[in-house]
Ligand binder design. Structure first.
Ligand SMILES: [Zn+2]
Length: 65
């Protein structure tokens, strides 16, 4: 009966590490790209990483520490 998992709620928590990894910050209930101000409404690492890799990786990869 307990099919509901905690994963669902955990996905809604913004991970501060994403700011360093993908240049996203939290604004209210959403994640906002610091580079282009695009909004990703789902707090999933995959979504943020995909945005970064498709939109900005070429220009910002050299900033990686
Ligand atoms: Zn962006």
């Amino acid at each position: 009966m307990s099919r509901k998992r905690k994963i669902d709620s955990e996905c809604r928590i913004f991970n501060e590490q994403w700011t360093y990894d993908y240049f996203f910050t939290q604004y209210k209930e959403r994640a906002v790209c610091l580079i282009c101000q695009d909004i990703v409404s789902v707090f999933k690492e995959y979504n943020l990483r995909r945005h970064y890799e498709t939109q900005h990786k070429d220009k910002y990869d050299w900033l990686e520490m």
